[in-house]
Write a protein that binds this ligand. Sequence first.
Ligand code: TXA
Ligand code: MG
Length: 316
Amino acid sequence: MVFPTETVYGLGADALSETAVARIFHAKGRPTDHPLIVHLAEAAMARALADRWPQAADCLAQAFWPGPLTLIVHKSSRVPLAVTGGQDSVGLRVPRHPVAQALLKAFAAQGSGAVAAPSANRFGQVSATRAQDVLAQLSPFMADTDLILDGGPCTEGLESTVVDCTAQTPRILRPGILGREAIAAALTASGLRLEAPLQKTPDPALPRVSGSLDSHYAPRTPLWVLPAAALRDQLHHYLAQHRQVRVAAWMLSDWSDAPAGVTIAGAPTDPVGYGRLLYAQLNDWDRAGFDLLCLEAPPPLAAWETVHDRLRRAAF
Ligand code: TXA
Ligand code: MG
């Protein structure tokens, strides 16, 4: 069952059924040691799947659920290892989207109420924020009886923030829609603190191109993410070397005299608007037969942290 959340579409199955969970890994083409997030209608149900419920989890759940936040806690024995990729921790999320809420409530009334769901895209490809993007990637791997609940475009457009609450001090494992400052502020208000990021964020102005093995969230078409001046310069060389190529560029700044063969679209200049449309733009262009996709790199500001994280993964 594919369903919308406020972040991205999820590919869901009963989290307490190993056969159902195995079908997710198959449809997604995902290695079985990659853990899945378990979705629930409310915090009390999430708590019932945890072995321990630390104060940090309690504080963050109260502050941000339902919403775009995933908490990693020690799992209860009810959660199969198949869901957690063999780990003794589990990712739990209570989404806010009304369709997700309705689905989870109905499943709580008739089944386990726990829905394991990764983003509804093929492994390594761009996440889906619209039903047509799910269909384009996953329809060959879905059975006729599998449903897609079409809730229209996702309102947030990038994945949830993942916070590890298994250690003494909670830490953000994946930046997401919910910002670092909001999480730190909620913890501080409860007398807790947030661990510093594991590594320093690489300079977002560094040139990035797709193609390496650990690429993730990546279109199949080659992708460049470069500051405007470098982008123009490198495209100039590229077009001089390659004849009859079709290039698309998502620009934050004006580029009215773009060379022939380059399709220009304007990107939202605020991080929230940009994040909302990024995956839809990449999915559209990835299906349109371009030879190269280019994104003008957003400014190196904290407000763009999650966008930079996804661009780095898409273009490395
Ligand atoms: O917004 C979202 O989070 C979407 C919607 C559908 O909820 N889901 C999503 O799932 O992005 P997925 O599978 O594409 O990404 C799950 C992330 C991965 O980075 C995974 O490593 C992390 O959550 N994760 C899940 N369980 C974990 C665990 N037990 N320990 C550490 N990381 C975990
Ligand atoms: Mg994903």
